[in-house]
Each structure stands twice: as C-alpha cells, then as structure tokens.
Design a protein around this ligand. Sequence first.
Ligand SMILES: Cc1cc2nc3c(=O)[nH]c(=O)nc-3n(C[C@H](O)[C@H](O)[C@H](O)COP(=O)(O)O)c2cc1C
Length: 196
Amino acid sequence: MTDSILVFYGSYRSDRLGIRLAHYIVAALNARGARAELIDAQAIGLPMLDRMYKEYPAGSAPPALETLAGKIKAADAFVFVTGEYNWSVQPGLKNLTDHFLEEWFWRPAAIASYSAGRTAGVRAGTAWHGILSEMGMVVVSSTLAVGGIAAAFDAEGLPTGDGGAAVTHAFPRFADDLAWWTEATRAQKARRAPPY
Ligand SMILES: Cc1cc2nc3c(=O)[nH]c(=O)nc-3n(C[C@H](O)[C@H](O)[C@H](O)COP(=O)(O)O)c2cc1C
C-alpha cells in the first residue's frame, strides 16, 4: 500500500532557504515509492488563528481550511520541516498546525530541522516534538538535522557539498523509521478503532 505523506514547511520569508530541504524530502520520499505532497504554509496563507477548523459549523469553513483538513485526515503520516527562529519554532508553521487538533490524531510524524549555522535547528526540532505529541501524533525518534542550509542544497533542492552528502546519508534511516510507524499505525487502526 502506498504511504500518503504530507510534508509541512512554514517560513514566510522572501529569501527563505528551508524550502530547499522541503523539496528534497518530498522528492526523496516519492523516489522510495511514497506519495508525498508539500504543504507550504505561506502558499496556503491561513490568517492568524481565529477559529479552529472544528469550530466552524460543518461545511462552512473557509475553502483553504476545508481542503487542508481533508488532506490531513486522509494522510498516513507527516513530516515537519522546521527552521529555528530565536531558539524556537517558526510562527507560520505553528499557526497552520494550531488550526487543527483531532484531524492530526493517530498518525506518526517525523521532524527535519535546519538552520543557517551549525546547530541545525535542533532547538526548534525539540520544541516541535512536544507540540506534535500534544496534537496526537506519534513522533518517531529518527530526525534529520541540517546545519549550513545555504550550502547543503541548490535552489532546486538537490543536495550539494558535504552538507548535502550528510543529508543523503541520513535520509534512509529517517524514512525507514517513519515508514515502519506508518505501517504499524495503519495496521492497528484496521485491527481496532482508535478509542476516541
Ligand atoms: C527571526 C530569525 C531568527 C533566527 N534565529 C535563529 C536561531 O535561533 N538559531 C539558528 O540557528 N538560526 C537562527 N536564524 C537563522 C536561520 O537559521 C536562517 O535564517 C534560516 O535560513 C531560516 O529559515 P528559512 O530561510 O526557511 O526562513 C534566525 C533567522 C531569523 C530570520
């Protein structure tokens, strides 16, 4: 069965670099036989959180919210690509995720962090771990952590130099871990309906 994976990315900066890592992950997951789709928070353009999706009467949510809710509910797994702003998460991606709660439940999530410097965004990755757990996802232990993001990929998201080689080396374990939990959660849901 083909794994349907949503890859979330949330920088709104004009000169954003993490989009290269997001493109790489989507392409690499698809090359493994998954059906991966980029969810670019800037392109979706949700406003600052007013009402969560579930707070709208059925059928009356704004179209972008309705479409995204459908994609999240239908997905088998998630990847969160996170940069680090002042030791923590990027607001665009956090704003998008906060629009939903139950829609995230009972699926695995993997975290890929990056930054311009050597610390590779791991403080933001650590913050996301708790956030994703609170939102009902099983967070897999394998991570991608990419330092020096500007040199690790070209503009099309192809790995370059030592940084790119390190990502290429780490990716199979990251994807294998997520795939194992994707299969496990799918099988368990088929065996027994989630308790709530
Ligand atoms: C507001 C702001 C805060 C930042 N804070 C950090 C930080 O705490 N740690 C870090 O390693 N890099 C930090 N950076 C540098 C980012 O890692 C780098 O700009 C990265 O490219 C941001 O991701 P983006 O290009 O996808 O927006 C910061 C950048 C911005 C714009």
